[in-house]
Design a protein around this ligand. Structure first.
Ligand SMILES: *Cc1c(COP(=O)(O)O)cnc(C)c1O
Length: 421
């Protein structure tokens, strides 16, 4: 097909007989189980589907659309940048990349940044850097990285191996060697694992943890546990790596999950919310990362002008619109409201937990209801939610969500539970 034909082809309007879904499923690989819903446009925390129905978005592209949809700051930054220069190789200095790196290191415990395109890729960078550190600084021939059960670190081979959930690894062996798993928030288990792995053959080089486990069911890290992990790492020279792909960029009510925990990592990763939905990932690290030399690591798209301009706009808007304050206030409002609902339906709801605007409502193990059942029922009420595992409903709205929108979401959840109880 010539480019002309492609341009002239009429836009297919969405049919309402379901054939959009059928033709989609013919052409796109079956890696996702999708809801029968196609979103056409958005504004703020609202979305509209191809039938014109309105939804309140408490998914935000899974904790990604920091500024909601069609935010003027993001539109302006991306439009201006694409008119000027959207991509150039890392063969050259990219001023927008430098400005983003400076903002990130001024607003975190890191000294340097490396940019890529996704969370998994950022974690791959962290794994490579930890291994190079093990080989060149610690003199460990077979370094092991400890991660937590129920963690989630991405879908590449190394990151499904790092992910402490067998369901993501099944049928993809052989996995990447050099990982071991411990229960989350359990210091005795971690100490035992480090001792057990301490042999002439292999030693622990790094510990990779989420400050709050997102996919694993919205489980916040325990402060005392993380303080203890930091001490162990300091005593033994082990690197502490935080995966902040889901919780970073203001979602916890602080810019970074490690600030909410009060514990600094040696390096951490960011992606999802970093550019508000424009693809980007980042590895942020203390200055020991200078062991990475030219040629050690790279990415064609990583840190290109368009993605960095978008991320800078997100960073500046978080500051200008004082979004961290909003996240704290709206998060408290949301948790208080969800806890009030939970009290009304004690046979359905086991617990409400979270930080800032990453919150989970766990269903009782005894109820036959799953989180997916509630997500479907909420969708019919015009509220979009996402499960975090089979029994946990996740609430991760854009950071710009208003008090009225939180009330609207709470009313929809109350209505759904009332119907289902
Ligand atoms: C989403 C997520 C990832 C993977 O990010 P991708 O951009 O999908 O590769 C890694 N870690 C955590 C904690 C995540 O939530």
């Amino acid at each position: 097909m010539s480019p002309e034909t492609l341009i002239q082809a009429p836009a297919t309007s969405a049919p309402d007989d379901g054939s959009l879904f059928a033709s989609f499923d013919q052409a796109v690989m079956s890696t996702y189980s999708r809801f029968p819903l196609a979103i056409e446009r958005g504004a703020g925390c609202k979305l509209w589907d191809t039938e014109g129905r309105e939804y309140l978005d408490f998914v935000a592209g899974i904790a990604t659309c920091t500024l909601g949809h069609a935010h003027p700051a993001l539109i302006t930054a991306v439009t201006e940048q694409i008119n000027k220069l959207h991509h150039v190789s890392n063969l050259y200095y990219i001023p927008e990349q430098g400005a983003l790196a400076q903002w990130l290191i001024q607003h975190s415990c890191a000294d340097r940044a490396f940019f890529c395109n996704s969370g998994a890729e950022a974690n791959e960078g962290a794994i490579k850097l930890a291994r190079k550190y093990a080989h060149t600084v610690l003199n460990i021939a077979n370094p092991v990285i400890i991660t937590a059960n129920a963690s989630f670190h991405g879908r590449t081979l190394a990151t499904i191996t790092a992910t402490g959930q067998p369901k993501y690894q099944q049928n993809f062996s052989p996995l990447v060697p050099g990982f071991a798993y411990v229960p989350y928030n359990d210091i005795a288990a971690l100490e035992a694992a480090i001792a057990e792995l301490d042999s002439p053959e292999r030693q622990v080089a790094a510990i990779l943890l989420e400050p709050l486990q997102g996919e694993g069911g919205v489980c916040p890290g325990d402060r005392v546990y993380f303080e203890h992990v930091r001490q162990i790492c300091d005593q033994k020279g082990i690197l502490l790596i935080f995966d902040e792909v889901q919780v970073g960029m203001g979602r916890t009510g602080q810019l970074w999950g490690h600030q909410t925990l009060g514990v600094e990592p040696d390096m951490f990763t960011s992606a999802k919310a970093l550019a508000g939905g424009i693809p980007i990932g980042a590895l942020l690290c203390k200055s020991f990362c200078d062991i990475f030399q030219p040629g050690d690591h790279a990415s064609t798209f990583g840190g290109n002008p368009l993605a960095c301009a978008a991320a800078l706009a997100v960073c500046q808007t978080i500051e200008q619109e004082q979004l961290l304050e909003n996240v704290q206030a709206r998060g408290e409002q949301l948790r208080a409201g969800l806890r009030a609902i939970a009290q009304k339906y004690p046979t359905l709801v086991a617990e409400v937990r979270g930080w800032g605007l990453i919150n989970g409502m766990e269903l009782q193990a005894e109820t036959s209801l799953t989180a997916a059942d509630i997500v479907k029922a909420a969708m019919a009420e015009g509220l979009l939610l996402v499960p975090a595992g089979p029994k946990v409903l996740r609430f991760v709205p854009p950071l710009i969500v208003t008090a009225a929108e939180v009330d609207q979401a709470l009313a929809a959840v109350a209505k759904v539970l009332n119907h289902l109880s």
